[in-house]
Write a protein that binds this ligand. Structure first.
Ligand SMILES: Nc1ncnc2c1ncn2[C@@H]1O[C@H](COP(=O)(O)OP(=O)(O)OP(=O)(O)O)[C@@H](O)[C@H]1O
Length: 407
């Protein structure tokens, strides 16, 4: 059964940054999808869009069908009901997402009280059970966030995300702020819990190797688009898009001596989303770009019928095996990361600074005043758009300006 069906999703921030462009993705119930890409490729924006947590004034187009219901067409009351109970998010910085002045047990109990209409005693009992599920003693329910370590706080966030039995959990770089040993524990915990409870998972990371290890399918994003999507192991071991291939080659394989000689990486940076190059957005950095790539963008198309893998590259599709070999050779011989790349994009300015010009769209992420209405204190998935955006580490640029345009 299809849990999530994202169709032609477009997100443009106030100020014109086209952070997500025409993304199509599906997730079956209980499936684990990894989303990878360099910083600024639009991963967090995609996650925030799924639960309408984007700053006011952001233009969002397309369809997001969660259990068949279009999230973008929902009234705010319904959106609030769906957050936590239908889908929830674990952000990277638990300290920002938890409320410093409330005991963690109360914070876990809050969405249960709100969405499950439990009694206070029932919600407290469930909070204790959830803490134990994530490996913390139930007695820690009386602790305040500052009394817990970073890893423990992240466990609390996972408990909260699972509190109302959602069908989908979105984990946005859930281990970024943690040390390496704790990262592995937390990832294993998320994977175990979602598998046990048959919950769908979207795991966002820049680390393709971690995602390949954790997820069933992988989507690689570049400049707001999915450029390759397919079974995790195939995308990681044998990517068809030159960007996905370069990203994958940047992670050494344990036990494979050849991977020590992997390429140093791609030269240059992803483009500024408010000044994207024409044609394929990757062409200025692509080692196998054709002349036509500067003017013609490529849709995501079937690159491997046996596995349903899709790639958005002129070299993918028919004759893909040979094309992959060409791409591989070229990527392995790509210039080192510090080699300057000619800027054919006209981009290169600073990131979008969120002024409030020009964003007038069909549908805004927080398109009425209810969007900033009360949510469960300290609960990222029900906090207002500004808080949620901060928690996701995407900055608050544009939030105030945008809100004033809708006030
Ligand atoms: N509130 C905002 N206003 C304007 N532009 C924004 C806003 N938030 C993000 N952006 C821009 O949108 C683009 C995508 O950002 P996003 O955070 O989604 O990328 P990401 O792939 O998640 O990166 P990271 O891994 O660093 O979190 C970036 O260029 C970013 O500068």
């Amino acid at each position: 059964m299809t849990l999530l069906d994202v169709q032609n999703l477009e997100v443009t921030y106030p100020g014109g940054a086209a952070a997500v462009r025409g993304v199509d993705l599906t997730l079956e119930a209980g499936q684990k999808l990894g989303i990878a890409g360099e910083s600024g490729c639009g991963k967090s924006t995609l996650a925030l869009a799924l639960l309408r947590l984007l700053p006011a004034g952001t233009t969002v187009g397309g369809r997001i069908l969660l259990d068949g219901e279009d999230v973008l067409a929902m009234k705010w009351g319904r959106v609030r009901a769906v957050r936590w109970a239908g889908a929830s998010i674990v952000f990277q910085g638990a300290m920002h997402s938890l409320n410093a002045v409330h005991r963690i047990g109360d914070q876990i109990a809050e969405p249960i009280l709100l969405h499950r209409r439990a009694t206070a005693a029932g919600a407290r009992r469930r909070a204790g059970e959830l803490l134990e599920q994530v490996g913390l003693p139930a007695a820690r329910a009386s602790a305040y966030p500052h009394e817990l370590s970073g890893g423990q706080r992240q466990r609390v966030m996972i408990a909260m995300a699972l509190a109302c039995d959602p069908g989908l959990v979105i984990a946005d770089e859930p281990t970024t702020a943690l040390d390496v040993m704790i990262q592995a524990q937390i990832l294993r915990l998320i994977e175990e819990l979602v598998s046990e409870q048959d919950v769908g998972l979207i795991m966002i990371s820049h680390d393709l190797a971690v995602l390949a290890d954790t997820c069933d399918r992988l989507a690689v994003m570049y400049a707001g688009r999915v450029v390759e999507e397919g079974p995790a192991a195939r995308v990681f071991d044998d990517a068809r898009h030159p960007y996905a291939r370069a990203l994958s080659a940047a992670f050494p394989r344990i036990g494979d001596p050849a991977s020590r000689f992997a390429p140093a990486g791609l030269a240059g940076d992803p483009p500024d989303p408010s000044a994207l190059p024409g044609g394929c957005a990757f062409h200025p950095r692509c080692p196998v770009a054709l002349e036509s790539c500067a003017t013609e963008d490529q849709p995501l198309r079937l690159a491997d019928a046996a596995t349903g893998r899709r790639a958005a590259c002129v070299h993918a599709g028919a004759g893909a095996e040979e094309a992959a070999a060409v791409v591989d050779t070229a990527v392995v011989h790509a210039p080192a990361a510090d080699t300057p790349v000619p800027d054919t994009s006209g981009a290169g300015g600073p990131g979008a600074d969120g002024d409030d010009s020009g964003a007038t769209g069909s549908r805004a992420g927080t398109d009425d005043s209810e969007a900033t209405g009360p949510g469960a204190p300290g609960c990222a998935a029900t906090s207002d758009a500004e808080g949620a955006t901060e928690a996701a580490g995407t900055g608050t640029a544009g939030t105030d300006g945008a809100r004033s345009t809708t006030a």
